[in-house]
Design a protein around this ligand. Structure first.
Ligand code: 6GU
Length: 229
């Protein structure tokens, strides 16, 4: 699976080389290239933004550097999916991460300032599948942190990246419920004990306890995830 990211802050993506994702990259399961949008400017100040037509606060990212950067990635690409992180997009989810982990080529375009000239979206959408995606109902200064979060969620689902695929099955959001609480040694810690059932060796009883704990936690903190009753 291949990723391209266009950004004015390539350093944000240095963290991707840590841990599991770095291992997946070195092993060749996934590959990515981070493109500096400023490499596609041609003025002395490497300007990527300008004032908005119609007036108003803030700056808008100019279309020309975006056009050149995306041409370099999309020309000759085989059915890429382009994602622009945006608080105005559809909301990212575990289901979307699963869907995206089956793609062969994802391209992320990170906007900053008040946004990117609308014609960049329109031109891109006319030549490739294009989606605007948000990671939640709050505002970040730019798309970089959102893309790091999305990449981590997507790459860990690519077959072969997570060592034990079973660890992906029981986690939060995969069954539409939040994950149950986990415990390890020692049996007693600061006066707090591990629930007896987990020490019982009774696998049926343990599975029942975990399912009930997942339901209770979901009802308490995320009732919106439960089917209407
Ligand atoms: Cl994807 N971008 C920005 N700038 N803010 C966000 C976001 C994305 N998702 C939530 N807030």
């Amino acid at each position: 699976m291949r990723f391209d990211v266009v950004t004015i802050f390539p350093e944000f993506f240095d963290t991707l080389d840590i841990s599991l994702l770095g291992r997946a990259r070195r092993g060749g399961t996934v590959s990515w290239t981070i493109h500096d949008l400023r490499d596609h400017t041609h003025d002395r100040h490497r300007t990527v933004d300008d004032t908005p037509y119609g007036g108003g606060a803030g700056m808008v990212m100019r279309p020309e550097p975006w056009g050149e950067a995306l041409d370099g990635i999309l020309d000759g690409a085989d059915d890429p999916l382009v994602i622009f992180p945006s608080p105005a997009g559809e909301v990212f989810s575990q289901a979307m991460a699963r869907e995206l982990s089956a793609e062969s080529h994802l391209v992320f375009g990170c906007g900053r300032y008040e946004g990117i000239d609308q014609r960049v979206f329109d031109h891109t959408a006319a030549r490739a599948r294009t989606r605007l995606v948000s990671i939640g109902d709050y505002v970040l200064n730019g798309g970089e942190v959102a893309v790091v979060a999305m990449l981590e969620a997507i790459i860990r689902l690519v077959p072969g990246v997570v060592g034990n695929p079973e660890s992906l099955v029981e986690e939060s959001h995969e069954a539409g419920l939040l994950e149950y609480p986990s415990y390890t040694k020692p049996k007693e810690w600061r006066g707090l004990s591990v629930p007896d059932v987990l020490l019982s060796g009774n696998h049926g009883a343990i599975a029942d306890w975990r399912h009930a704990a997942s339901e209770e936690r979901t009802r308490r903190v995320r009732p919106d995830l439960l089917p209407p009753s």
